[in-house]
Design a protein around this ligand. Structure first.
Ligand code: HAM
Length: 410
């Protein structure tokens, strides 16, 4: 019986994995250069961790199951809630701020399409313990640097859910639903919803005007005309971003799909992807108190790793690959030569199929090796090996101890 892989999941061939690992390494290097250190949390959590504050959207998409003791668990749909749980349980006494990063798989029961999977990877950071605009500035600068380092073309949109919530505060418990509609840019849905709950035309127009405020920092002046709100936090943040050379669009319609955000929020979009063009999302939030800790501000983001991999055209650096080809009876010598090659940093492959010399050579070509090192009785006696350059066809003999030089010959 042929068993298919579950819908919305993927298998990755070696070429794809090499590319993914190369991108991952770059992101790690940049995160670490800002002082972030990697953490890891369980793949599944008690489902209530996500039900408490992540919002209806995420909860509806969650993989929830009962274990054999009847506990309700969920595969993590994201990492922010788990990291704050971890922080509250085990690291709340660490010197502040804490700088954590992660690279993990997440699970959401969404309708699969290009760029949207049921199992996907996030590379993210959480900066815990500061309520300063400088913390938001740092994570935005970091995300911007990561995406730039990969040569991706993107737009960064910065909003502030505090401003939006302020404008919607009169809706009380119905504000979250309005926020979700704004997040989906569903103007018609929002219009109908506001009408349904009896919001006055004038207020409706004001909400729509706020969510459509988009442009350079001059839109703050327009926002000030619509709202009685202190914009100085946002202004100071933009000052830092301007001086760091971060290019952005201020967009007060950015509402984010998760309920826990409290202040600045941001999203990065790529125009080179289809419908699923959001490649990174984040913002500031407060979850620690909700999880039994003391009130602690935090900010962070997660990059949709699978989406950025689509955008990056990158050939991973390859090591020189050598196939050690040998006559029957010289297996031990072949293993020894291969080990010497490996200790010099080359990739060495030895036949384990007990095949003829001809078949070993043809396999070397099939796997795109750079060289075949041929071991025969006569060569062994002289302390030599024959080398065939599989790209040029050139063949020559060298002393066995000269083999490490092959790495520079490619
Ligand atoms: P999010 O916007 O839900 O935020 O997800 C972050 C990124 O993950 C998205 O921008 C997108 O690129 C990617 N992503 C989401 N769903 C899928 C999917 N089904 N398939 C492929 N990629 C997907 C969060 O998860 C927050 N925890 C981010 C954060 C960290 N906020 C503060 N700290």
């Amino acid at each position: 019986m042929k068993i298919e892989r579950p819908r919305g999941t993927r298998d990755f061939l070696p070429e794809e994995m090499e590319k993914r690992r190369t991108i991952e390494r770059k992101l790690r290097e940049i995160a670490e250069s800002f002082g972030y250190r990697e953490v890891s949390t369980p793949t599944f959590e008690h489902s209530e961790l996500f039900k408490l504050k992540s919002g209806e959207g995420i909860v509806d998409e969650m993989y929830v199951f009962k274990d054999k003791s009847g506990r309700e668990l969920a595969l993590r749909p994201e990492l922010t809630a788990p990291i704050i749980r971890f922080f509250v349980n085990e690291c709340s006494n660490f010197p502040k701020p804490l700088r954590f990063y992660y690279f993990e798989n997440c699970f959401r029961y969404e309708r699969p399409q290009k760029g949207r999977y049921r199992e996907f990877w996030q590379f993210g950071v959480e900066l815990i313990g500061s309520d300063s605009y400088l913390a938001d500035a740092e994570v935005i600068i970091l995300a911007d640097k990561m995406l730039k380092s990969l040569g991706i073309d993107y737009e960064l949109h910065i909003g502030h859910v505090g401003i939006l919530r302020n404008a919607l505060s009169f809706l009380a418990d119905k504000a979250s639903k309005a926020m979700r509609l704004i997040d989906k840019r569903d103007e018609e849905g929002l219009e109908n919803f506001l009408k349904e709950i009896g919001v006055k035309e004038e207020t409706k127009q004001k909400i729509k005007a706020i969510m459509n405020l988009k442009g350079g920092r001059e839109i703050i002046e327009d926002a000030k005309k619509l709202l009685d709100y202190d914009f100085s936090y946002l202004e100071r943040l933009l000052d830092v971003l301007d001086s760091a050379g971060v290019v952005y669009t201020l967009n007060l319609g950015v509402a984010r799909g998760l309920d826990y955000y409290t202040g600045v929020v941001f999203e990065f979009y790529s125009n080179d992807l289809g419908a699923q063009k959001q490649i990174c999302g984040g913002g500031s939030y407060e979850l620690a108190q909700l999880f039994g800790g003391i009130k602690t501000p935090a900010t962070g983001f997660a990059i949709g790793f699978d989406r950025i991999c689509e955008l990056v055209d990158l050939k991973p650096e390859k090591k020189t690959k050598v196939v050690v080809v040998y006559f029957r009876g010289l297996e031990k010598k072949a293993f020894e030569v291969a080990e010497n090659l490996r200790s010099s940093g080359l990739i060495a492959v030895v036949d384990v199929m007990e095949r003829s010399l001809k078949k070993q050579l043809s396999y070397a070509n099939d796997i795109n090796a750079d060289f075949a090192v041929i071991i025969g009785e006569e060569e062994v006696k002289k302390g030599e090996v024959s080398v065939k350059d599989l790209r040029s066809g050139e063949q020559f003999r060298i002393q066995t101890e000269m083999l490490p030089l092959l790495s520079s010959k490619r």
